[in-house]
Design a protein around this ligand. Structure first.
Ligand code: SF4
Ligand code: SF4
Length: 55
């Protein structure tokens, strides 16, 4: 999964829904740890501005 940092406003919504704790939020950006990600696509579906893409 890939987060478009140009679009992401660090709202934290995706972090809360990830069942694998694969999404890491910091003060300046949000990152997905693809080693932990199971590609359930929950984050992609909840992102209000569609900043997450498969990949
Ligand atoms: S696809 Fe699922 S497991 Fe992967 S980062 Fe998104 S919510 Fe977490
Ligand atoms: S839900 Fe979307 S906008 Fe919010 S932190 Fe996640 S990727 Fe960024």
């Amino acid at each position: 999964m890939i987060i478009n940092r140009e679009l992401c406003d660090i709202c934290g919504t995706c972090v809360a829904v990830c069942p694998s704790d694969a999404i890491i939020v910091s003060e300046f950006f949000v990152t997905i740890n693809n080693d932990k990600c199971t590609e359930c696509l929950k984050c992609l579906k909840v992102c209000p501005i569609k900043a997450i893409e498969e990949g």
